[in-house]
Design a protein around this ligand. Structure first.
Ligand SMILES: Cc1cc2nc3c(=O)[nH]c(=O)nc-3n(C[C@H](O)[C@H](O)[C@H](O)COP(=O)(O)OP(=O)(O)OC[C@H]3O[C@@H](n4cnc5c(N)ncnc54)[C@H](O)[C@@H]3O)c2cc1C
Length: 463
């Protein structure tokens, strides 16, 4: 691949799901691509801490760019997950009405789904709701089914897209925060914390930092408000109580709190929705915890007899308009992808397709190369699929897959070794957790943390 002084055809700023998807798509053409990420790892921003639902788009605002790209992203990511092994479970969702007002709102929600070209929703009575989710609290009046809503692994999605981009020839620079931009003579020089990087085109997919980078290109058209969402994670023993995603009926106060299974075999309750000033405030709060416990207990009281093993929070990049803000400036050879607030995990690949179309219209040759490598095969982190510790044939071929390091999540020495040897190896413990689930179980690394840290310090050499 070209050296740092070379001029890339396109520089993508931001190694979250959106930037990685765009870099992957463009690296599949004849264009040379550089992907810049400020942090030491891809997928370490909003894309690592969300609710991890693969949305059908049934509840999007009809006729928006977001509604279109979420529906398309559902198809694209669903198919890509099958090719790459990103775990997905098509659990379906159930919106539950607890009041007459909520019950009366269900027909309009079904109509809205149909305006979004989603025709599989059904209104069901209380008996059917309890048949599907027997552990719900008393007082359900009815519900609306959304059979296509699914759960997915957001970590593997981001890593698959970035790994694929690199395999297709994109140059990935981690730890490269863009601090300034100078346009001159048909190219833009981005000043980064790892030196200057030159490109003919720049795509801004910087998530929470997109407005600041946009200002470097002379624009002052939007401001990002970090909107925190906190979540509670329950131990795996709770999983049988939550066979599908249980949603609140949305109101003027927002979408409400959901109870959902996770792809790792846990249950989660959340998210909250709180506008903040601080773009780094990804810690959880006592108020958020209390709020989720009170809301969650009303939905499913018996869930709160089970243990909460972790809490986490993510920041949505909310902006002061209701749709995605994707805008191309051909003269400046600059493209903004802003305001990808609550649905970017699902829509990321569709955003990449849309961006590719905009560049095509601008005259770039975006014909797909015939010699593309096959998509990467990602390690499976999902509980519904065969994990290495369960795979006798694999253990017989390589006994490291039978040597468990993390007993809560059943992570083996073979998986840790593979992560260190992968095309985008982890830079720290959190990166290793996202690649393998190590230390993510009920003991949160109490048992395996020291061993795992030593392994990381030794650069992944077996111990
Ligand atoms: C609580 C919560 C729940 C959600 N639930 C869902 C869900 O169930 N389903 C769904 O589809 N979506 C969901 N989302 C939304 C989804 O997570 C986001 O839309 C998506 O992750 C956005 O991806 P991104 O690539 O735009 O942003 P990010 O993942 O934040 O990536 C942007 C990257 O840009 C980098 N960056 C910023 N500034 C610079 C700079 N100057 N130089 C270099 N790099 C820079 C950052 O470090 C970051 O890694 C949820 C979000 C939250 C917070």
């Amino acid at each position: 691949m070209s050296a740092a002084v070379d001029i890339s055809d396109v520089i993508v700023v931001g190694g979250g799901i959106v930037g990685s998807a765009i870099a992957r798509a463009l690296a599949g053409t004849k264009l040379s691509v550089t992907l810049l990420e400020a942090r030491n790892d891809v997928g370490d921003g909003t894309s690592k801490a969300n609710t991890a639902l693969l949305h059908t788009g049934y509840d999007a605002t009809p006729d928006t760019l977001e509604s279109r790209l979420v529906a398309r992203g559902y198809e694209l990511l669903g198919a890509y997950a099958e090719q790459t092994g990103i775990p997905v479970e098509h659990t379906g969702a159930l919106l539950v009405a607890w009041t007459d007002e909520e019950l009366d709102a269900l027909p309009a929600l079904k109509e809205k789904a149909e305006r979004n070209f989603y025709h599989r929703c059904e209104i069901v009575g209380a008996d059917e709701v309890y048949r599907r989710v027997p552990d719900l609290g008393h007082g359900v009046l009815g519900g609306l089914t959304v059979p296509g809503e699914s759960i997915i692994c957001t970590w593997t999605t981001n890593l698959a897209l970035a790994t694929d981009a690199v395999a297709r020839g994109a140059r990935l620079m981690r730890g490269a925060r863009v601090t300034g931009a100078v346009a001159d003579d048909g190219r833009t020089t981005l000043q980064t914390t790892r030196g200057d990087v030159c490109g003919r085109w720049v795509i801004n997919a910087a998530g929470l930092g997109a407005d600041h980078l946009d200002a470097e290109f002379g624009h002052h058209r939007f401001a990002v408000t970090p909107r925190r969402g906190e979540l509670l994670v329950f131990d795996k023993l709770a999983r049988p109580m939550v066979p599908c995603i249980v949603l609140a009926v949305p109101s003027s106060r927002g979408k409400g709190v959901l109870v959902s299974p996770t792809i790792y075999g846990n249950v989660m309750v959340g998210p909250t929705s709180e506008n903040l000033q601080d773009r780094t405030a990804t810690g959880t709060s006592e108020e958020g915890f209390e709020f989720l416990v009170s809301k969650g207990r009303a939905l499913m009281p018996s869930l709160f007899d089970e243990e909460i093993t972790a809490t986490y929070a993510g920041l949505r990049a909310a902006i002061d308009q209701d749709d995605y803000l994707i805008d191309i400036n051909v003269a400046a050879r600059y493209l903004l992808v802003g305001g990808i607030r609550s649905t970017g995990l699902t829509s990321g690949m569709a955003i990449a397709e849309y961006v590719t179309g905009l560049l095509d219209d601008a005259g770039l040759d975006v014909t797909e190369r015939p010699d593309l490598p096959p998509p990467p095969k990602m390690p499976n982190l999902g509980d519904a699929y065969l994990r290495p510790y369960q795979d006798g044939e694999r253990i017989a071929a390589d006994s490291e897959y039978g040597r468990i390091i993390c007993f809560c999540e059943r992570v083996t020495a073979g998986e840790l070794r593979d992560a260190f040897q992968s095309p985008i190896p982890p830079a720290d413990l959190d990166g290793l957790r996202r690649r393998t689930r190590v230390m993510n179980g009920r003991c949160q690394g109490f048992y395996c943390g020291a061993h795992t840290k030593a392994l990381l310090d030794a650069g992944g050499q077996a111990r």
